[in-house]
Write a protein that binds this ligand. Structure first.
Ligand SMILES: [Cu+2]
Length: 498
């Protein structure tokens, strides 16, 4: 599979981005935080933090990522399990593997944990720990680098003020919990105004599930939280007998808590890089996003482990995307090579039906996904509105859709089927949040808008890595504008050749 992108610019990014490998599942470990501070001489649109540190939430697998991916590609159904999330590379001190001393999590997740101490074996090496001074403001640049799972994140007894998401400033939003989908970032400020002590930062899977009969599914996933520590310098660890304080975390499938956080964020109107939402829309797209099935290609049908001996697929508007294998989309476009892609990605799903009706989850006439390399062409500077609609096919899921090359406005999000008559009345056209990855609510919809002002070929895909080889993707070709500055430049001179 080949994916290559170059382009003209990165528009209005200030904050934290997720950099990562885009080959197979390698981004499980090849990733990090890409920090963009205000230009010299400019300041943040909020109180300057005294210090900052990255929090990269990753995912721990006890097996080879490559073998997991190969298993998925062979059987058409995949393992998406991991042993847990990590904070800056560590599972934290609640995992048996983290410590020679077995730790435990008390019933109420509160405060009776054994305190890790210096010189006490490997414990302190197995947890990310940051020292802070009392009475200061710290920026935590939280990056969700997980492969196949969303994450909750919390800091015990400290409220967080969200100031940016996906490197775009937000109206400051005060919360005691944040949730991130793979690929998303959240910049938060915390003030160290609590009593000098140690406080846990903790993450846990956000793993929303709805059973096909509509009943919340029994979530059997290990819910052990992952931990890191904020330690007030004023609290000498060795002299302080009290254990670090633990936050109360939501259940794995706490959809309302996640929805409240994700839908409450607003853009920082008139802040740095702010551009008003265009009211005139040139391209309306309604895109269903979900799983599906395609033909079993094995002679032995039992090797195809999708529903009813099919090969599991994932699609947008039932188009299941395959990246070209011998050249990249961008090179094919730039060099006018035919036969690599088609420009017939549909603006609407093939059939209209009750998209989130769980009784249709395995309806064969609806969930068939056609393999292909269908892309969508856009005129330079056109305004594109997309309503993403999750389907109940196979199982509803919150798909985090990431668009390369652009930030987009998130106009509204909701449960169930998008209502073309009523839901646009909820669109925030004044100060919507802007980001580059939108987690479509499970069994719901999300409406976004962007201006196609970046010529080139831009991939749009689910950021659950599991769904990428299954086809939950497409690409936009943005045509050149009228000037040299709005024309796709040639490949860089050091462009690697095969
Ligand atoms: Cu997905």
């Amino acid at each position: 599979m080949v994916m290559v992108e170059w382009g003209t610019r990165m528009l209005g990014a200030e904050g934290t981005l997720f950099w990562h490998a885009h080959t197979g599942w390698h981004r499980a470990t090849v990733h990090g935080a890409f920090v963009i501070r205000p230009k010299r001489g400019n300041s943040y649109p909020f109180q300057n933090p005294d210090n900052e540190f990255p929090i990269v939430i990753g995912e721990w697998f006890n097996t080879s990522i490559v073998s997991l991916e190969n298993q998925l590609l062979f059987y058409g159904n995949g393992p998406n399990y991991s042993q847990g999330l990590t904070i800056n590379g560590w599972l934290g001190d609640l995992y048996p593997c983290s410590s020679s001393r077995r730790r435990f999590l008390p019933e109420d997740h509160q405060s009776t944990l054994e305190l890790p101490t210096d010189g006490d074996g490997p414990v302190l090496d197995q947890i990310f720990k940051v020292k802070v001074k009392r009475g200061k403001t710290y920026m935590l640049r939280v990056v969700c680098a997980t492969l196949n799972n969303h994450a909750f994140f919390k800091v015990a007894q400290h409220t967080m003020t969200v100031v940016a998401i996906d490197a775009v400033y937000t109206t400051p939003y005060v919360t005691d919990i944040i949730v991130l989908a793979p690929g998303q970032t959240v910049d938060i400020l915390i003030t160290t105004d609590q009593k000098p002590a140690s406080y846990y930062m903790a993450s846990r899977y956000y793993y929303p599930l709805i059973r096909v009969d509509g009943v919340p599914a029994n979530n059997s996933r290990d819910d052990t939280p992952q931990t890191a520590l904020i330690v007030y310098e004023e609290a000498s660890i060795s002299n302080n007998p009290s254990a670090p304080i633990f936050p109360t975390l939501p259940e794995l499938s706490d959809v309302p808590t996640a929805f409240k956080f994700l839908s409450s964020l607003k853009g920082l109107q008139n802040g740095p890089h702010w551009t008003p939402v265009p009211h005139q829309v040139d391209e309306h797209m309604f895109i269903t996003a979900g799983l599906g099935v395609t033909n079993c290609t094995h002679e032995d049908k039992y090797l195809c482990q999708g529903p009813n001996f099919t090969f599991m697929a994932a699609s947008l508007n039932n188009a299941s995307f395959q990246l070209p294998t011998n050249t990249s989309l961008l090179e094919a476009y730039y060099n006018n090579v035919s036969g690599i892609y088609t420009t017939n990605f549909p603006n609407n799903p093939p059939k209209k039906f009750d998209f989130t009706n769980n009784t249709l989850a395995l309806e064969p006439t609806l969930l068939w996904a056609e393999k292909g390399t269908k892309v969508k062409k856009l005129k330079y500077n056109s305004t594109v509105e997309i309503v993403f609609q999750n389907t109940a096919f196979v199982t509803p899921e919150s798909h985090p859709i990431h668009l390369h090359g652009f930030n987009f406005y998130v106009l509204a999000q909701g449960e169930g089927n998008f209502n073309r008559l009523n839901d646009p009345k909820m669109f925030n056209l004044v100060n919507p949040q802007m980001r580059n990855t939108i987690a479509i609510p499970i069994g719901g919809w999300a409406a976004i808008r962007f201006i196609a002002n970046n010529p080139g070929v831009w991939y749009m895909h689910c950021h659950l890595e599991l769904h990428v080889p299954l086809g939950l993707a497409t690409a936009f070709i943005v045509e050149d504008g009228p000037t040299p500055e709005t024309t796709l430049p040639p490949p860089p001179t050091d462009f690697p050749r095969c």
